[in-house]
Design a protein around this ligand. Structure first.
Ligand SMILES: [Zn+2]
Length: 226
């Protein structure tokens, strides 16, 4: 762990953290660190951690301070998730096209385990991608992010196959799990965000039977009636 303090942070109440947001940088390590530590930009941004491709972790903002990584966002009925989240920026030029190296994912799992251990309110369903909490506006950490591997390591959820598809209003079911209402974006955009994470082979925004079955299983895992 290398300290690379960013000036871009704000105070928050104790015990406020219950969400972990994963991002990719779209930039190489050096320019990513520069931007996330720059206090002269009109839109100042930061993250708690930056994870290099070789697995090196850079610590930019202490976990008890707010970092500015999520922007306009929504999860489980709450807006503006910077206030209650930890943000990790994973160096990757485009997670729809560039695989994440195994050594980087090993380091990410270790980092996430530490964070979740320090903040027990980060339950599995609250480990999210930027694309989950800002559908359409954001697509990171991308189609190639290994969510199943993380879930197998105890970080976040992954659906089991074989559930009965949910009937009826897909938007309402997505919101029960945590996704935003269709206010800024259409339901198809939110379905696509769900698919980007849980069925990356086809993220077309169509609420088909397979997508409905995956969502039914996830709702079952978190104790909601599908
Ligand atoms: Zn992001």
């Amino acid at each position: 762990m290398i300290d690379r303090p960013s000036p871009n942070h704000a105070p928050r109440p104790a015990d406020a953290v219950d969400v972990l947001v994963l991002h990719y940088t779209e930039l190489a390590l050096a320019p990513s660190l520069d931007i996330l530590c720059d206090d002269r930009r009109s839109q100042r941004v930061s993250a708690h951690y930056v994870l290099a491709e070789d697995g090196t972790v850079y610590r930019l903002v202490p976990e008890d301070r707010i970092a500015w990584h999520a922007g306009r966002s929504h999860w489980r009925g709450r807006e503006a998730l910077n206030a209650s989240s930890i943000g990790i920026e994973i160096v990757n030029l485009h997670g729809d096209r560039h695989d994440y190296p195994a050594v980087q994912i090993d380091a990410l799992i270790e980092l996430c385990r530490g964070i979740v251990g320090r903040h027990p309110a980060i339950v599995a369903r609250n480990v999210v991608g930027h694309s989950d909490i800002a559908p359409k506006r954001k697509i990171d950490p991308g189609l190639r992010f290994p969510w199943a591997r993380l879930a197998a390591s105890g970080i976040g959820l992954w659906p089991r196959s074989g559930a009965a598809p949910i009937d009826g209003d897909i938007q309402a079911a997505l919101q029960r799990f945590g996704y935003p209402p269709a206010v800024d974006v259409a339901t198809a955009d939110i379905v696509a965000a769900f698919q980007r994470r849980y069925r990356p082979a086809r993220a077309d925004g169509l609420a088909d039977g397979e997508s409905r079955a995956l969502l039914a299983d996830l709702l079952d895992q978190v104790g909601h009636e599908a």
